[in-house]
Design a protein around this ligand. Structure first.
Ligand code: ZN
Length: 423
């Protein structure tokens, strides 16, 4: 499957726009799965169905699967993993402050954002409010706040090196006035259609509001916020929706929360979510059958990677400098920051060959260690063979990242082939 970039990218843009927080991403994924014929299950309920197309949402994470009628209990899993969260900021308790006639919000840095990229943008608050009855209410403000940069006239040395203190300089403004006459949480509550007094807790992120755009000569580039890692979530959704019934394996798509802060949470890849769901999918399997199935299973861990930057090519390995537009990446690291090994490389090559997709290899320069992904975590937790892959970006962890127009659809093609029967 190779989809034309135009319609695919337009759909990716609408997915990113609908997903300003991990909770919105999980809900948007759920809505798309329902539209494609999947049924939502509750983790609290008995799962009586043993075959069909299902999904379950756990906070900002979602797992969907396709299991055909007559699938043997020891059938292997083919799993696509990704993450719904992106680095940025989260709203602190007692968030409404004021100084010198400005209304400001108290925010906490989430993960490792490029702080400078968040300056001078119209941003929004997005996430969930939880009321005293335990109900969750998604909310987003649209353009609402900004981190204004100090003018160059008041900071003459700024172009020799911008220094941003995350506590004293990263307090966004959202209005004029005094904190005693403003109530940020009350504003969020009114947008959600609930009483401010009923709000008992919240998980609210800051997100860029600029629309995704295609630009450059011949429309070479695609820019948007949160491409790490909504490009992979969107591609994984495309693959699970297209997953055939009678493939001989159980197809699974898992999008976790909290990858940007280490994954060690209830809804993160370090938690039990995937293991719990896999156990319940094949609830009638004996322990031996379950382990036989896992032994033959595969996981493609899809996350954003680095294209070579033309101004900083020396930061890459001299022989392995992937260029955006030449296909998704196979990510390799000797120290197992990525889970790929030779068996995984072969499985990825097979999927790309089946999809007619070119791919490139990424490995770090020894003086510039790479980040990590959910891949090694998933492999360690479940013992499933795992390979790390993803689309090459520039400006990773910027408020607005950059990729080539053709790579997201190529990734979706490879992931779709991975869930298809071998030819
Ligand atoms: Zn990522």
């Amino acid at each position: 499957m190779t989809t034309a970039p135009g319609p695919y990218l337009a759909d990716l843009a609408s997915f990113i726009t609908a997903s300003p927080s991990s909770f919105h991403a999980a809900r948007e994924a759920a809505a798309r799965l329902i539209a494609a014929g999947f049924t939502e299950l509750s983790e609290s309920a008995e799962w009586s169905q043993d075959a069909g197309r299902f999904f379950v949402v756990r906070d900002g994470a979602i797992i969907a699967w396709v299991r055909a009628h007559g699938t043997p209990p020891a059938a292997p899993f083919r799993i696509i993993g990704a993450h719904t969260d992106s680095p940025g900021f989260k709203l602190k308790p007692k968030p409404t402050t004021s100084a010198h006639g400005w209304l400001q919000a108290g925010v906490e840095v989430y993960g490792g954002p490029l702080l400078n990229s968040w300056l001078d943008r119209e941003l929004e608050f997005a996430g969930r409010l939880v009321t005293r009855d335990g109900e969750q209410h998604l909310v987003r403000t649209g353009p609402f706040l900004r981190f204004p940069q100090l003018a160059v006239h008041l900071d003459r040395g700024v172009n020799d090196g911008l220094r941003l203190d995350p506590q004293s300089h990263m307090n966004p403004v959202f209005g004029l006035g005094d904190a005693s006459s403003a109530d940020l949480v009350g504003h969020l509550a009114s947008l959600a259609g609930i009483e401010a007094a009923d709000v008992a807790g919240y998980d609210i992120s800051v997100a860029d509001t600029a629309a995704p755009a295609v630009f450059g000569l011949d429309g070479a580039f695609f820019a948007a916020g949160r491409m790490d890692n909504l490009v992979s979530v969107h591609a994984g959704l495309a693959a699970i929706v297209a997953a055939p019934d009678g493939a001989g394996h159980v197809s699974v798509f898992a999008a976790f929360d909290h990858e940007e802060v280490g994954s060690s949470t209830r809804s993160g890849a370090g938690g039990p979510f995937l293991a719990d769901v896999l156990t319940r999918i094949a609830a009638d399997a004996t322990e031996s059958e379950r382990l036989r199935g896992l032994a033959d299973s595969w996981c493609f861990s899809s996350d954003a990677g680095h294209s070579v930057h033309p101004n900083y090519a020396e930061r890459h390995d001299p022989a392995n400098r992937p260029v955006m537009g030449r296909g998704p990446l196979l990510k390799i690291n000797a120290n197992q920051r990525y889970a790929t090994d030779a068996m995984g490389a072969a499985e990825w090559a097979r999927a790309c060959r089946q999809a007619g997709v070119a791919y490139q290899e990424f490995v770090s320069n020894n003086t510039v260690p790479c980040g990590s992904t959910i891949g090694p975590i998933t492999a360690t937790r479940l013992g499933i063979r795992t390979v790390d892959i993803g689309v090459p970006l520039l400006s990773m962890h910027s408020a607005r990242e950059l990729c080539a127009v053709g790579d997201p659809a190529a990734l979706a093609g490879a992931l779709t082939a991975f869930l298809s029967p071998r030819p």
